[in-house]
Design a binder for this molecule. Sequence first.
Ligand SMILES: Nc1nc2c(ncn2[C@@H]2O[C@H](COP(=O)(O)OP(=O)(O)OP(=O)(O)O)[C@@H](O)[C@H]2O)c(=O)[nH]1
Length: 341
Amino acid sequence: MALKKLQHQYKQARKRFQADFRLSLITLFCLPAAIAIGGFAVFRSIDGNWLMAIVDLLLVAALLGILIFSWCTGRTRGAGIVLVLVTGCGVLAVVYLAGLVGLFWAFVDVIASFFLSPPMFAVPKVIILTGASLVLGAEAGLGTLPLISFATTIFIVSVFAYSFAIRSKAQADELEELATRDSLTGAGNRRMLEDELRIAIARFDRDTINTGLLMLDLDYFKQINDKYGHAEGDDVLRHFATLVESHSRRGDRFFRFGGEEFVLLLQDVDLHGLETAARHIHQVIRDYLTCSGGEVTCSIGGALIREDDNWERWLQRADQALYRAKGAGRDTIVLADPEAA
Ligand SMILES: Nc1nc2c(ncn2[C@@H]2O[C@H](COP(=O)(O)OP(=O)(O)OP(=O)(O)O)[C@@H](O)[C@H]2O)c(=O)[nH]1
């Protein structure tokens, strides 16, 4: 039993590690750095250099603390900034106490800064750290040429790390976009919808903040495809998505459920609010959505979360309401009765 639980926890942790880019970077930085600096702490203690040993141990404690904080809270953005502040102070402390040998750590710190904190933070931090390291290096007796070499190599490493970090971030964002968005309409995809439904149910259970769900389905869409071609069908879908998104509130979330069926989630609404929003969207589609054959309409089914709902049941109630709207002749709205059995 305990082994199964452990295996489950390991699987969950591995999933998080693979899915969260910054968490994986923090882990890959903190663990080896803590082990390496821990080794130095032991070496300094044996050597009788207690001050350096204490600094090393403080650094190890800070690295492990940040690592644990990141895994427990998931707040990796703040953790990354604190981490590079700690490493910066660590480098300066080591250069001050141990002399020139500490300058090697500046390169590690530069890489960490660009990968773990936003550029607007990393750039000034690296400039300040390099300046301070140069002053300390000069005080420790480093000649002009080695100082210039240090500044030049730090500069090259910074440019490289900066470019690489920016590119990696852009690619991670692009992958995230591909994994969560419908490529034709730009609406969220089904996977993203399921996540949002779960979040809405959890928020309702915790704070009783209700979320409305509207299921929108274009009427006789197959005929548009059949008469005017698939490309025109695609244009209608794109225009539909643009209209719904531009006429819904800022916090509302829009998803493509599949084919010509879409879902709009409206935060913090009651039944009256849900009905008003549904009427508004319905009218906008009537007024503005057209194809070569004339106007295109949609049917809408809606439901608010009920206490006995899980996300599947909530979605199903909205789908049944949509089914009734279609059955009532299409181009209409039906909201699920919150009291219905
Ligand atoms: N152009 C285009 N068509 C799609 C896409 N996805 C699904 N479809 C088509 O959407 C049509 C849906 O047809 P039906 O489910 O019969 O729906 P409908 O014709 O709108 O009928 P009602 O919903 O009952 O009013 C099918 O012809 C699908 O091929 C897409 O991405 N692009």
